[in-house]
Design a protein around this ligand. Structure first.
Ligand code: MN3
Length: 204
């Protein structure tokens, strides 16, 4: 992703993820929240001409190198733009079920079984305090890990590649689920786009 950044179209209709995620939430989340991150990211990178030529993922993998006058704005809004762009893609109306291929093997090897992985991931996401994201990541040595980051911080800053992610900000689920984050997580598994997770693994 390069400057000027653009809001990506959803790869499905706004109501396509019902009932796991309702149409109204998708409109607010994509058209308002994500759009705002894109707008504010462009405003920040406009003040850093050198950064306009660097890929966003590369910028965010070394946040300490961002000039101080735009650092916080780029970490927050650039992280938001990158994470949401991934979040839309790892969901699908034909999602759910279990992973296949090499990523299924890797999950089994790291966590014992898909069921054990799913339980761990759900527990991590449900117990993470405040606004943030829970990720499945892969390290350069091929090791998988489940971890959470606050705000819009990305695992790439710690040299980890994201394979799967869930948005835990209240705006991701509040309209439909209110404070019942665990119910949102449970229903989210029905729309996880495992072919996309496999693709993320293969181009890690
Ligand atoms: Mn969000």
């Amino acid at each position: 992703m390069l400057y000027p950044y653009q809001l990506p179209e959803l790869p499905y209709q706004y109501d396509a993820l019902e009932p796991s995620i309702d149409e109204r939430t998708m409109h607010f989340h994509h058209d308002e929240h994500h759009q705002t991150y894109v707008t504010q990211l462009n405003d920040a990178v406009q003040k850093w001409p050198e950064g306009q030529k660097i890929n966003l993922e590369k910028i965010l993998s070394a946040p300490a190198r961002i000039p101080e006058h735009v650092r916080a704005a780029i970490i927050n809004n650039g992280g938001g733009h990158w994470a949401h762009s991934m979040f839309w893609k790892i969901m699908s109306p034909s999602g759910g079920g279990e992973p296949t291929g090499v990523v299924a093997d890797a999950i089994k090897k790291s966590f014992g079984s898909f069921r054990a992985f799913k339980d761990l991931f759900s527990t991590e996401a449900a117990s993470f305090f405040g606004s943030g994201w829970t990720w499945l990541t892969i390290a350069p040595n091929g090791e998988l890990a489940i971890l959470s980051t606050p705000n819009h911080n990305l695992p790439q800053a710690d040299d980890l590649k994201p394979l799967l992610v869930i948005d835990l900000w209240e705006h991701a689920y509040y309209l439909k689920y209110q404070n019942r984050r665990f119910e949102f997580i449970e229903n989210w598994w029905h729309i996880v786009n495992w072919p996309q997770v496999l693709e993320n693994y293969e181009k890690k």
